[in-house]
Design a protein around this ligand. Structure first.
Ligand SMILES: Cc1ncc(COP(=O)(O)O)c(C=O)c1O
Length: 426
């Protein structure tokens, strides 16, 4: 009853279109590690959220936040040791060429700033993104968030490349051939700008291609793309909002997994474990050029409390060896999902790395026809059975599984068994 009345009150004040997960929305009241608890005390395994990266309400992060909030909270126009120490620690996880950082509060702000730097430093306007991307909600960033912004609302300075779909499009091609073919899509977009007299500024992509469906990117793809972008005078912006902070286990950043170095990197969500902290890391020469012409100040970005929280997140990642955990548990989950694939015909493909998984739900494995209605039933069915996941992809037919980093093999067993039981009952 209380959840129902809260829903009605919410509709009245936030409107009916304010997005909510699940057919039966969840009212969560407490979180701890990988667990969430609803208003009736029911426990849910969180196999979806990457914002509570080191675990919901991690005591170390909460302590750091409280301690700094009790001592002092100022913005970055005063000298503060914690802010500088955090910047140094964060930058040490990148290639040496990426040596300056701006702090802000959301992934949107980070991408907005990255676009401004790219446009200022290249003198161009043209930006390439993918055809099913989400990068944020400001006016400029919404233009490249093609998932929600139709072509007629994107303006004249945006071109898109098709979503990579090796599951359907490999057709016997090896990585070298396939990556060359996919990279040609970027060349075509660059050429289209030139034909229309638009000076090219850069390419901005999520290095997990998360909203696009977490495709297995063919080896060599990103290096080829970055060469095309640089040859055309543009910069490569890596959106690490979903892929970053060790999500893939093997590396700290998605672009490192894909084997290319960006000119600008944006990050957010997991950075503050729920506290609004985001950032832009870039080449020092780009930062110098941009800031010599534009004053950038962000009142709340990188304040002393945020910096203390950010440092605590990095400490926990290291001390609890969470990248290693992501690798080990990730392989266990992939093996389990592949086993389920042999049992359930609806599972067309299983892919992922570290603690980020995609399960393609198809009507028929031969035709690979997407099964969005079944996917929706699975996501809602899992929620009913106490496991939280979501769905992604152009056809809305891909289960998105991306738990907090302390996810254990025991948690994985529960996820796999619940999915197995549910799919058996469909
Ligand atoms: C890849 C990616 N970039 C940027 C954003 C925007 O981040 P925020 O919601 O913090 O503005 C999101 C949010 O979902 C995202 O997934």
């Amino acid at each position: 009853m209380s959840t129902q009345s809260l829903l009605e009150r919410r509709f009245r004040v936030l409107g009916k279109h304010s997005p909510l997960f699940y057919d039966k929305p969840l009212q969560l009241v407490r979180g701890e590690g990988v667990w969430l608890y609803d208003a009736e005390g029911k426990r849910y395994l969180d196999a979806y959220n990457n914002v509570p990266h080191v675990g919901h309400c991690h005591p170390r992060v909460v302590d750091a936040l409280c301690r700094q909030a009790h001592a002092l909270n100022t913005h970055t126009r005063y000298l503060d040791d914690t802010v500088v120490t955090y910047a140094e620690r964060l930058l040490s996880t990148f290639d040496k060429s990426l040596s300056n950082v701006f702090f802000c509060c959301t992934g949107t702000e980070a991408n907005e700033l990255a676009l401004r730097i790219a446009r200022e430093c290249t003198g161009g306007q043209g930006i390439i993104s993918t055809a099913h991307a989400y990068h944020g909600n400001s006016a400029a960033v919404a233009q490249i968030s093609t998932l929600f912004t139709p072509p007629e609302k994107r303006g004249p300075f945006i071109r898109t490349i098709p979503v990579l779909d090796p599951y359907r499009e490999r057709r016997g091609r090896d990585d070298e051939t396939l990556s060359t073919a996919y990279a040609q899509d970027v060349q075509k977009a660059v050429d289209d700008f030139a034909r229309n007299g638009v000076k090219f500024a850069g390419l901005l992509i999520c290095t997990a291609f998360s909203s696009e469906g977490l495709p297995t990117v063919p080896r060599g793809y990103l290096a080829k793309v970055v060469k095309i972008v640089h040859d055309a005078g543009g910069v490569f912006i890596a959106d690490e909002v979903q892929a970053g902070f060790g999500r893939f286990g093997s590396h700290m950043w998605g672009h490192q997994v894909l084997g290319a170095t960006p000119d600008i990197v944006t990050m957010g969500k997991p950075m503050g474990n729920g506290h609004p902290l985001a950032g832009v890391v870039a080449r020092a020469d780009l930062v110098e050029q941009f800031t010599s012409q534009n004053m950038y100040f962000n009142t709340f970005g990188g304040n002393a409390v945020s910096a203390a929280v950010g440092l605590a997140v990095l400490d926990v990642l290291q001390e609890e060896r969470l990248l290693e955990n992501a690798r080990i548990v990730g392989e266990y989950v992939i093996a389990g999902l592949r086993k389920l694939q042999t049992k359930h015909a609806l599972i067309g493909d299983v892919r992922g790395a570290g603690l980020f998984f995609a399960v393609e739900i198809v009507r028929d494995r031969t035709t690979q026809e997407p099964a969005p209605a079944e996917t929706k039933r699975i996501v809602n069915g899992m929620r009913e059975r106490g496991v939280l996941i979501s769905r992604i992809g152009i056809h809305d037919n891909i289960l998105k599984i991306r738990p907090p980093m302390p996810f254990s093999t025991g948690n994985a067993d529960l996820l796999l068994k619940t999915l197995d039981d549910l799919m058996t009952s469909l």
